[in-house]
Write a protein that binds this ligand. Structure first.
Ligand code: DAH
Length: 339
């Protein structure tokens, strides 16, 4: 009998099956009540008493081995089966390319990161605004042309519900809520009623920066601007400030950088001047501070604002603004970012 058990043991060890049905057939053959092992168990009764112990041990070993083998075949089969289920047979056969970040998002992140290194944190505000946050609090006179329908999109002809024309509105929202020191950078989309062409669009993107504290001076502004220009473009970038006018800053300035395309020698991009304008800035007008409940005798600050499209054009020389909103992937996939 021991020989028979050993022969079966070997047989069981070599079992193979290619599907669930075959496994079931094997289980019935060896392990069911009418199977080979049960019939050996029946024969066991007739084994002489002095051999019972040894034969019993062999029988148990065979039973265990058969059970293990069947389990093993089942597990292998299930694994192969789930692996099959993971394969999507309806998927197209060619490789799917990963998407890329939009060039404006790449540049926005870079601007925010640079100011982040100076301790500025990101603040955001609504795109649908009211007159107070976009104009009045920022010292715009009642008859300022920016309030005109021609520049501003009003919603449902209500002069108090409008699409923000600049991200400066976020300044006021933060100043109203937060005590100085305030050091924020506000990226976002803005809207202006412009005819769409290669150089203008009815929506575009800006980044605003605001720093309010005791003893903030124009020198602090200049230093922050120089740091930004060098980090954004290159270490040898130069800046120059020209006097300008904005209702919410006094004094106000516009900043040019040395043209990063010709290195300042003069080229068609900088119209031969060697300089390109990139942002507006100035010391926050005391009226604006007072409008937001900040004591202008104790605190002062600087603000600056720039168009993300403009900076992106300078970095990548995109000639037509409309490319940014057409979603042509042949254009978009040329821009790669590290993260
Ligand atoms: N809000 C201005 C614009 O849309 C940009 C700007 C200029 C923002 C000067 C500022 C600033 O904070 O100080 O053209």
């Amino acid at each position: 009998m021991i020989d028979k058990i050993n022969a079966l043991l070997q047989e069981v060890g070599n079992l193979r099956a290619s599907n669930a049905e075959e496994i079931e057939t094997l289980r019935i053959k060896y392990l069911s009540k009418k199977g080979e092992i049960s019939s050996l168990m029946n024969d066991f009764r007739t084994v002489a008493a002095d051999q019972k112990r040894e034969v019993g041990q062999h029988l148990n070993k065979l039973k265990e081995a058969a059970q293990d083998k069947i389990n093993e075949l089942k597990a292998g089969f299930e694994q192969a089966n789930t692996a099959d289920a993971d394969i999507d047979l309806t998927r197209t056969a060619y490789p799917i390319e990963l998407g890329t970040r939009h060039p404006l998002s790449i540049v926005k992140k870079e601007i925010c990161d640079i100011f982040g290194r100076l301790g500025f944190s990101i603040a955001e505000g609504p795109e649908i605004e009211d007159d107070w946050h976009v104009f009045s609090s920022l010292n715009f006179a009642e008859d300022h042309p920016a309030r005109d329908m021609q520049d501003t999109f009003f919603i449902q002809h209500n002069p108090d519900v409008l699409l923000r024309t600049h991200t400066s509105s976020v300044q006021t929202r933060v100043m109203e809520k937060q005590e100085p020191p305030i050091r924020i950078i506000c990226p976002g989309r803005v809207y202006r009623n412009e005819a769409i062409s290669y150089r203008a669009h009815c929506f575009f993107h800006q980044v605003e920066a605001l720093y309010i504290d005791k003893n903030v001076s124009f020198a602090d502004l200049k230093q922050a601007l120089l740091f930004f220009a060098k980090e954004m473009f290159s270490a040898d970038t130069k800046i120059r400030l020209r006097p300008s006018y904005f209702p919410f800053t006094e004094p106000s300035a516009e900043m040019d950088i040395s043209c990063n395309i010709c290195g300042g020698k003069g080229c068609p991009f900088c119209k031969g001047t060697g300089w390109v304008e990139i942002l507006g800035c100035g010391m926050v007008d005391p009226n604006v501070l007072e409008n937001c409940g900040i004591d202008s005798k104790v605190y002062s600050g600087f603000a600056l604002g720039m168009g993300i499209e403009r900076i992106t054009n300078l970095k990548y020389q995109v000639k037509d603004l409309r490319m940014f909103s057409e979603n042509d992937i042949r254009f978009l996939k040329q821009f790669k970012s590290a993260n």
